[in-house]
Design a protein around this ligand. Structure first.
Ligand code: ADP
Ligand code: MG
Length: 320
């Protein structure tokens, strides 16, 4: 497909935010008014055979995911998304029907989250497909990763391990386990849950992060180098299908739950007096912050698993 046709597909998207000014068509997007509060700006790359395979991602799923992973970063700052740019590097021979399906999936996602496509760049790729989205958002009070204090409670929203379990199914081409595959293919950014917690807490201190690189990595981000945590692993929300798959295939479910990543669940730490109200909003208490800089993950009947090494999502690596 010719670049001009691709740009005309992008031009066709609806606009929701007039302050995002001029969009596609000129040399650069023009933001005609400043956003209220603070501007958020995040970028995530999806690279073929590093982050996804075209074998099992439909174009619409890939478009959804490319936007969703950026939306999750805005959620993790307690923000509202506004607009995005789309960088596309397309391999030779990619069918026009694939590109059209990608744009119609992207359009559905953009409509659902009311974000404007305001520009981008399109080029040919000599290797795989690359999708680079940069998303702008707005927040009145950015919620940072590491403002925790000893004694804060750790709460989770969403569930853990399903996306990695889904990836296992897709990589192994296992039949069934559609719910797990869906979690890998179409992650849901928890924008509303982040905002409702942020609204509850107003100007109170609390930290927030998304678990894009796994529960273990997010705990490290919440605790920083100075603090640690005690976590009750049996309280961590996990879909029953994760246990079922692990049992059926002789896999260690904790590996998916703790290190898997791509769940786009949220973790927060906050003063204990807020926990009961946060739980009413759908958040779940899973542990607390400690003064000792050690991450202890506890399971009844087991020694605590100490997590001190940087851990989290590992890319597929060169041997694929
Ligand atoms: P330039 O040569 O100035 O980079 P381009 O021909 O690449 O201009 O792009 C023309 C217009 O189309 C610009 O407004 C650009 O933002 C937009 N555009 C190009 N590719 C995309 C894309 N993949 N998605 C959205 N907008 C795009
Ligand atoms: Mg260009």
């Amino acid at each position: 497909m010719h670049e001009a046709e691709i740009i005309s597909l992008a031009r066709d998207f609806p606009r929701f935010h007039p302050q995002m000014g001029l969009g596609i068509g000129d040399d650069a997007a023009v933001l005609s008014a400043p956003v209220a509060g603070s501007l958020l700006w995040t970028t995530d790359l999806l690279i073929e055979n590093v982050h996804f395979r075209r074998r099992y991602f439909s174009p619409a799923e890939l478009a959804h995911k490319a936007l969703a992973v950026n939306l999750s970063d805005v959620a993790a700052m307690a923000g509202r998304p506004l607009a995005f740019t789309l960088g596309l590097a397309l391999p030779n021979g990619l069918e026009d029907s694939w590109i059209r399906a990608f744009f119609s999936g992207l359009r559905l996602a953009a409509e659902r989250w009311q974000v404007d496509l305001i520009g981008g760049d399109t080029t040919r790729s000599e290797s795989g497909l690359v999708i680079a989205i940069s998303l702008l958002g707005q927040t009145s009070l950015p919620r940072l990763q590491s403002t925790a204090k000893a004694g804060d409670l750790i709460l989770a929203c969403g569930d853990f391990g399903a996306a990695a379990a889904g990836l296992f199914c897709l990589e192994q081409a296992l039949p069934g386990f559609d719910k797990l595959k869906h979690k890998q293919l179409r992650p849901e950014p928890l924008l509303a849950d982040a905002l409702s917690l942020s609204n509850l807490l107003g100007s109170e201190r609390f930290s927030l992060t998304d678990a894009s690189d796994g529960l273990g990595r997010s705990l490290q981000l919440l605790c920083g180098k100075e603090l640690g945590c005690e976590l009750a692993l049996e309280q961590v929300p996990v879909l029953p299908e994760v246990w079922e798959l692990a049992t059926a295939k002789g896999q260690d479910p904790w590996e998916w739950i703790i290190h898997g990543g791509e769940d786009y669940a949220l973790l927060a730490s906050l003063a204990p007096e807020w926990a009961a109200q946060a739980e009413k909003l759908g958040w779940r208490r899973i542990g607390y912050i400690t003064e000792a800089p050690c991450l202890n993950l506890n399971r009844p009947g087991h020694l605590p698993l100490e997590l001190n090494q940087p851990a989290g999502f590992q890319h597929f690596g060169p041997a694929v």
